[in-house]
Design a protein around this ligand. Structure first.
Ligand SMILES: [Zn+2]
Length: 695
């Protein structure tokens, strides 16, 4: 393991998870980001025969993940929309030949029937699903494409499944098990404790919040961190405040264009900027090691989001601060969001009535237009959610091009080519790339974000748009531009009273959202260790008080006696500041994390690492304080698992040939009999190794 991963012991939970997967059991791993989830499937993938399929939702990160594995000499590859059809075929062929141990796939791939078919004759060792919470509609990252996984798993012969996530409440866990049809899974929930994080809460009004943010950042020994705010407007306000106070900061929210967002993110990741002020749009896939603080300027909606966001601090294990600022009125904003996400039944029916009042059955409409026709003031978001609910109940159908996705379809590539003047070199080049790499998607009709596509083609978005325009003028493409509203098809026209919706389910959903908000708010008011409260929430029970959060250190000191605010926020801040300063001493006296012993099952892998490094059997035995015959047994085990062990320098080629010959003639694998037939020149070890290689 050291060879591949550069460290020699497992972290909490990893060993358990690896054993479970090696025993071919379904496994559900709930471990925080940075807790070493990927090792739980990567190591078994190396040992088990066949290729492990890994589902990962982040196409942008897939290549990096695979590159990292390749650097560690682990044969891995990926298939996603950035590859051409030819490249995809080539990779599938190599997989069939057994050249890879891990295959990363984006879940969207499983919409493609040809691709599914091509998987059927591949031997799949295990099916790993990263970010498994995306399968749950209760989660905050639901992805419909994850619902296709169950079918894909059956298609590849139902190998053992390992589902992994960093965020899972009991109900999401249940949902993951149900949706993936896990059979009596081993559940490993661990490692949520982040002993280097110092949690704290301060109650403050807006002006006080601003003051605390500035003071906190200025008081910390290292300035790198994230400030989360609930709205774009607040993000802008805090950003301005930081800049005015001479703090090097950038802002990030969904209102920025993709290029700008990328730029801001790069500035922060590379350390060109110290602080990023962001809405919760920022963070998916962010893995920056040295974030020293995460300040939440507003109450988050639930503990999952909070712990995920706060947990971006201190990935490098160094002391870091997670401060949550709270005013009782924060709750109203959260309730507003919940209402947007969970429109009243009455509102849904009103919207249905508005839609059916149009003459035609196909309406092009924006949410703002619908909103205008409603009697009561509702968040625009609620209109969108209402349409979604009506759609899932079969009353309407929304066209798919919402959220910046354009639709492209080229049915006749030859016509498209004939349309573009050969002298228009740029357009020509872009079209050629498009047709060479994505012809299948294009012929089927392709829903894609134009920025992403330009990126994939490595051309300017403008060039792509000009090409599309030319093609469209010549009817060589079916194109629907990204549209901020939606096209609604009315499927069923009935009087509003006759509309049947699952109101009970909607009620449950909204109740669950309020329940989560209550638990989040209770984080502020409860009187025991903050970290323990968070860990209890995730079901990671075996934890003690952290000893360094504001409550552990100062009892309930930071909470105001009455419901009012701090008489002096500065004073309150000073207390927090002290907390930060006590970090250094605390970390020194903390006992070092004990190396957990390797289970016997995986001892073979340790041998493997040393063997690959070029150590002799004798050296490995000495180093591991084991006998040489144990090491030989390990090598035999590894050979039987198809790991690349070259035995030619342990057993000469001539001897191997002779052993094989005798083995075939004698038709026995009893070592003693073979040894007698072969004579004293042949050792048991040599016979064992040769036989292991044969299997
Ligand atoms: Zn504590």
């Amino acid at each position: 393991m050291k060879i591949h991963y550069g460290f020699s012991s497992f972290r909490l939970g990893q060993e358990q998870a690896i054993s479970s997967v090696l025993n071919q059991e379904d496994t559900l791993v709930i471990m925080p980001t940075g807790g070493g989830k990927s090792l739980c499937y990567q190591l078994p993938a190396l040992v088990l025969p066949g290729v492990a399929i890994v589902i990962s939702p982040l196409i942008a990160l897939m290549k990096d993940q695979v590159d990292q594995l390749l650097q560690r000499q682990i044969p891995a590859t990926f298939i996603n929309s950035s590859l051409s059809l030819a490249e995809t075929q080539e990779r599938l062929e190599a997989i069939k030949q057994g050249r890879y141990k891990l295959l990363y796939i984006a879940p969207e791939r499983f919409y493609n029937q040809d691709f599914l078919n091509s998987l059927t004759d591949i031997r799949v060792s295990l099916f790993a699903i990263d970010e498994a919470h995306c399968i749950s509609q209760w989660g905050h990252d639901f992805r419909p494409s994850y619902l296709r996984l169950k079918k894909a798993i059956e298609l590849v012969g139902r190998p053992p499944i390992i589902a992994l996530t960093a965020t899972a409440t009991p109900e999401i866990r249940t949902d993951i098990k149900k949706q993936l049809d896990l059979t009596k899974p081993q559940e490993i929930i661990t490692g949520f404790a982040r002993p280097n994080l110092q949690f704290g809460v301060a109650q403050a009004n807006d002006a006080q919040k601003y003051q605390i943010i500035i003071q906190t950042i200025q008081s910390l020994p290292e300035p790198t961190g994230i400030v989360y705010a609930a709205t774009r407007a607040k993000t802008d306000a805090i950003l301005q405040l930081l800049i005015d106070n001479g703090i090097d900061a950038v802002g990030y929210h969904a209102g920025l264009g993709p290029t700008e967002r990328q730029q801001v993110q790069n500035d922060f990741m590379s350390g060109r900027t110290d602080v990023i002020v962001a809405t919760n749009a920022f963070g998916m896939g962010i893995d920056k090691a040295n974030i020293r603080f995460v300040i939440h300027a507003d109450l988050p909606g639930n503990i999952e989001s909070y712990y995920q966001e706060a947990g971006r601090a201190g990935r490098d294990g160094q002391p870091s601060v997670c401060l949550l600022l709270y005013a009782p009125k924060d709750r109203y904003l959260r309730e507003f969001f919940i209402k947007g996400d969970n429109p009243d039944p009455e509102l849904i029916l009103d919207i249905y009535e508005i839609l059916t009042s149009y003459e035609q059955n196909k309406i092009l409409v924006t949410y703002a237009e619908i909103k205008k026709r409603l009697v009561d003031e509702v968040p625009e978001m609620a209109v969108g959610t209402a349409l979604k609910i009506l759609e899932s109940a079969g009353y309407v159908l929304r066209s798919k091009e919402t959220m910046g996705q354009a639709f492209l379809q080229i049915t006749e590539p030859a016509l498209a080519q004939a349309t573009i003047n050969p002298k228009a070199k740029v357009q020509r080049a872009v079209l050629d790339k498009l047709l060479t790499n994505y012809i299948n998607d294009l012929q089927a009709g392709w829903q894609i974000n134009l920025e992403d596509l330009a990126e994939m083609l490595s051309c300017k978005k403008g060039s792509l748009q000009r090409l599309i325009k030319t093609l469209e003028e010549n009817s060589a493409i079916t194109y629907q531009p990204p549209f901020r509203g939606t096209e609604v098809h009315i499927l069923k026209k009935v009087p509003k009273q006759k509309v049947e919706l699952d109101f009970a389910k909607l009620k449950d959903k909204v109740a669950a959202a309020y329940d989560k908000l209550d638990k989040m708010e209770n984080y502020i008011y409860h009187k025991n260790c903050r970290q323990k409260y968070l860990l209890d929430y995730f079901g990671d029970w075996e934890t003690q008080a952290c000893g360094k959060c504001d409550i552990c250190l100062y009892g309930n000191y930071l909470q105001p006696k009455s419901t009012g605010n701090f008489s002096s926020p500065h004073q309150a801040f000073k207390k927090l500041d002290k907390t930060y300063q006590s970090f250094g001493q605390e970390m020194k006296v903390a006992p070092p994390v004990a190396d957990s012993p390797l289970s016997t099952k995986l001892t073979q892998l340790q041998t493997f690492e040393l063997y690959v490094k070029g150590l002799s059997v004798q050296d490995i035995a000495t180093k591991r304080e084991l006998t040489t015959s144990t090491i030989i047994n390990h090598l035999c085990y590894l050979l039987e698992k198809n790991l690349p062990i070259n035995i030619d320098n342990l057993v000469t080629m001539q001897k191997q040939a002779k052993i094989k010959k005798v083995y075939h003639q004698a038709k026995t694998d009893k070592l003693k009999e073979l040894k007698e037939l072969l004579g004293d020149d042949y050792s048991y070890d040599e016979i064992k190794l040769t036989l292991a290689k044969r299997k």
